[in-house]
Design a binder for this molecule. Sequence first.
Ligand code: PLP
Length: 391
Amino acid sequence: MNIREKEEKYFFKTYNRLPIEISHGEGMYLFSKDGKKYLDMFGGLAVNALGYGNQKIIRAISEQIKKFIHVSNYYLQEQQIYFAELLIKYTGYHKVFLCNSGTEAVEGAIKIARKWGQQNNKSGIISFTNDFHGRTLGALSITGQSKYRDTFEPLLPDCFLIPYNDVDSLKLNVNNKTVAVVIEFIQGEGGIIQASEEFVLMLKKLKDEYGFLIIADEIQSGLGRTGKLFSFQHYDISPDIVVTAKSLGGGLPLGGILGNNLVADVFQPGDHGSTFGGNPVACAAGIVVLNEIIEGGLMKNAELMGKIMKSKLIDLKSEFPSIVFDVRGLGLMLGMEISQESESIMTSLREKGVLINCTNNNVLRFLPPLIIQREHVNFAVEQLRSVLKHL
Ligand code: PLP
């Protein structure tokens, strides 16, 4: 059996894997076992912000591994505490809970909201069509895409999906039983769609009126990717809870829930926990990631390279108006909506040495490592131009 046949034999059929077996990565590039080199423009789905083989991450995790790889959360652990201190310092939030993935961070945030709501006699959670919040049942209950959720119903009660960016519907559905509104300020999986100023303004106004929590899902859009630490910072709004994961652990599983003073005391010992959450090796990597994104200039680079790339993609839209419908997004979270399904474009680009992802059937999605430089942007766009030319 070759490796592909073995994969089919042994795994539940959850992934449509690409026909590439990776041998190693270096900077912006992935190399396959058959000797091909690929420019990675989706960075492990927004995880590999520092690219591949970052020496600072390797050093930090090697040092921690020599000390201990895991002890239970009953013990104080230096790397974990220092990482939390940095997170609080850089984000301005008051409390953090560390977990292992995005969906777990969402689950924990729902629990905080529900417990907080019990004290205030509120339980309704509002989220939006096209949102994606994860695969566990709580996260699925607030995910606004039927293809992910329908076959797993019944889901959590008191969760209401309403149309994204629809101010009237928001006004109509929020009430004094609403405990939380969960929002992606830029929907990732949903096709790189940004919340309108008007919508966010109304959300803020309704929060003042009804006193619910705002939970920002920054799992894909956060940690410098859009040119700011979190995508909500492009607006005049301050969510009560922020969930983060993806690039947080430099490729190791690490997620976090950040909360402001309003929710700081909701969790009490025994309310929540995780065996692996805040693993010290992942935290050692996380310290490097945060410092590189903020002090090391990667967030600034994301803003600059994102602008350059977006303007080049907009040029392609002018060049191929019948194929490219829209170019959107912020920083290095960009989408190009095209007139056909995007699978074949993705395949042609791969043959030309560029890896991208597609979402929503017809949106090419770019989530490259934040270390990207001009030459990589130029190469990716030139290859895309040549693919579009031959359609
Ligand atoms: N929320 C958003 C916005 C995401 O993009 C994702 C994953 O793509 C998740 C939640 C779930 O994260 P994870 O796959 O780490 O559970």
